[in-house]
Design a protein around this ligand. Sequence first.
Ligand SMILES: Nc1ncnc2c1ncn2[C@@H]1O[C@H](COP(=O)(O)OP(=O)(O)OP(=O)(O)O)[C@@H](O)[C@H]1O
Length: 403
Amino acid sequence: MPTLVVYNPVCGDGTASAFFSEHVLPLLASAGITPDKVLQTERAGHAGEFVTSHLEAVEGPFTIVLGSGDGTLHEVIEALTLTPPRGTRASAPPAKLAFALVPCGTANALYASLFPPASDADAATPAYRLRSLRAFLARPAATPLTLALTTLAPPPHARTPPRTAVSAVVASTALHASILHDSEALRASVPGLERFKRAAAQNITRWYRASATLFPVPGAGVVQVFDARTQAWAPHPQSTGADPFVDVSGPFAYFVSTVNVDRLEPRFRIAPQGRSQHAEGQGPAMEVVIVRPERDPSVEMDSEEARAAFAEKIMAVLGSAYQDGAHVGMRYAEDGRVLADGDGPLVVEYVRCGGWEWEPDDIDEHAHYVCADGDIHVIDKGGKATCVPAAPVDDKSGFAVFV
Ligand SMILES: Nc1ncnc2c1ncn2[C@@H]1O[C@H](COP(=O)(O)OP(=O)(O)OP(=O)(O)O)[C@@H](O)[C@H]1O
């Protein structure tokens, strides 16, 4: 099978180039594999352009040994999904693209989900970082990836066409998207990871005005909600055979949907069931983690004090995602305190669904941001975003990862 090697020399701590020279290329050589091409990317967009034009010239299936974080993987997948097929890509049957991932980025959410590290020290070892590559060399079948396709629709009667974003890890709105949006704006003035902290502080007290709808999981016929006590999925109480769609009214604090992953950083298990097997024949699904302030029994109205008090709670709840995903079992006491368990309402709504729609209120600028694997998109005023999961139709097409 043709093999391409692509790595991003500037991602993470900037050591991909050295790691490929010292470990990846020698390991491929010792296995008798000569890559068709080796690309060290020179700019954002380069990896996507390179892979797309290679596939227009050479018939697949292909393996790509990819040294990057989630952003460069996203770039390749989005470029191939959105570029109309030309050349060999148009004339040959759809060819599968399987990735041997070498984690070189900052968060490496997909890799950390597929290969949960035993510890921070483990994650830094060459042996850990070569696990997907070794799986490729051992030649088992690659695991298919589900994609999340987010369509950003303009208002009805607008002249602009809808746009689509493709993600393999996360599609989000509310706090997560706002932090990524603002941290990008701070990139020039605030160095390093400090800009994420600053962006989080700017957004933690915001409540996002929007209405959302959750779509049923195709094979299950309903939206499902996770019960942390039984550790099982159950039909969402508002999702019935007669009306399986669930309307979720705002305001929202947090709205994150994931595919393929249970974590967004090695220890941040935001969707703790994200790697568990779905029931046979349920069709493509995604998980959504929602926090809405008005579920808190102590919130009586939207005021500055209420937002400040709720900010403390959401920080504590999201912090619990680092405790092996404990946030999904947290409940409110009658006075609004957040408890690890109990009989009160769940703080986090953790659902599995067949997609979602998000319609921001016109007046709330920050509710218009959508994050697709780190890229920030802005919903037009009067428009909405619709996100659905898509899985490869067979084992000869789509994207996959060696695990
Ligand atoms: N040579 C390059 N110079 C500048 N930017 C690049 C280059 N190659 C790729 N990029 C861009 O760098 C961005 C970040 O890369 P990537 O996601 O791989 O690393 P990261 O952000 O450190 O990791 P993670 O996404 O895991 O946190 C991507 O959007 C990609 O398009």
